[in-house]
Design a binder for this molecule. Structure first.
Ligand SMILES: NC(=O)CCC(=O)C(=O)O
Length: 289
């Protein structure tokens, strides 16, 4: 079983308005906002960017912006985020970016994750594609241009394990359960981009549900709302503690929020309500197996 952190750790969520057509400008904006965050709170250990932070969130655009992601030959985005992570010695959950696999020609919505040396330690390809059709609400079909990932992702950090999902992935409790139960993750981080239709309905509810189900921190990082873009992100990036309390939340505009993750809360709550010892695998299947 992996260790869980022993001291409070500070996390920063960068809610940036970055979905312009100019990828370089989006990347520079992300860099400047991380620089600002690290100047304001230099003890920050984990920084999170939103879903599709370097490109417009649009099924007709993903392929145009897609980069090859690997640690040997660094793409524009990987290169920049790697240098930021190394400079500040942080774990950087570099939001998600469109990725192309040149062997299959498939395009993915992929989260890229760096350690404090700037190494690309893992990537998570969005497993559940956002295909919805809500009458008088929103129609969106990521599968028109994206392929789904095929694995659950849990990363190892100096503070313990963290599960990673992307946005719509949070509606499927299994990924969080696998990270929490199989890998003892203390947090689930979802770079996200809910919208003004589904955000008010389910954003807070889903954060609380994943946190309480698994007795872990749930962290959602959204882009800022931009009413001039085609997709109106909900905003409201937040950190939910294992008890289901929202301990930090942004508004709708461009904003960086901070929170402290406290190991005591995790331990006390898991000890007080010992779900871990009370599961009934004689009645249902253990998803962590
Ligand atoms: N980018 C997304 O996956 C959006 C998910 C969403 O809005 C939802 O309601 O789920």
């Amino acid at each position: 079983m992996s260790k869980v952190f022993s001291e409070k750790i500070k996390i920063a969520l960068i809610q940036l308005k970055g979905s312009s057509a100019d990828k370089s400008a989006n990347l520079i904006k992300a860099k400047n906002l991380i620089d600002n965050a690290m100047t304001r709170e230099p003890s920050t250990k984990i920084v999170v960017l939103p879903e599709c932070f370097n490109a417009p969130y649009s099924v007709t655009k993903f392929r145009d912006y897609a980069e090859v992601i690997n640690s040997e030959k660094k793409s524009q985005s990987v290169s920049l985020l790697s240098s930021i992570a190394a400079r500040y010695k942080i774990t950087l959950i570099g939001g998600s970016i469109p990725e192309i696999d040149l062997q299959t020609d498939n395009v993915y919505n992929t989260a890229i994750i760096f350690n404090e040396n700037g190494d690309l330690i893992d990537k998570h390809r969005k497993v559940h594609l956002f295909d919805v059709d809500i009458p008088n609400g929103i129609t969106f079909k990521e599968s028109d241009s994206l392929s789904p990932g095929d694995k659950a992702t849990t990363i190892s950090t100096p503070y313990g394990n963290i599960g990673i999902g992307i946005c719509y992935d949070m509606r499927f409790p299994e990924l969080a359960m696998i990270s929490a139960r199989k890998y003892n993750a203390f947090a689930m981080i979802y770079p996200s981009a809910f919208n003004t239709v589904t955000g008010p309905m389910h954003w807070h509810l889903l954060a609380k549900a994943r946190a309480v189900d698994n007795q872990m921190y749930t962290i959602l990082c959204s882009p800022a709302r931009d009413m001039e873009s085609n997709y109106h992100a909900y905003g409201h990036s937040l950190v939910c503690d294992p008890k289901g309390n929202i301990i930090s939340e942004a508004g709708e505009g461009e904003e960086t929020i901070f929170a402290e993750l406290d190991p005591k809360i995790l331990e006390e709550f898991r000890a007080g309500i010992p779900l871990d010892k009370q599961r009934r695998f004689d009645v249902y299947t253990d998803v962590s197996k």
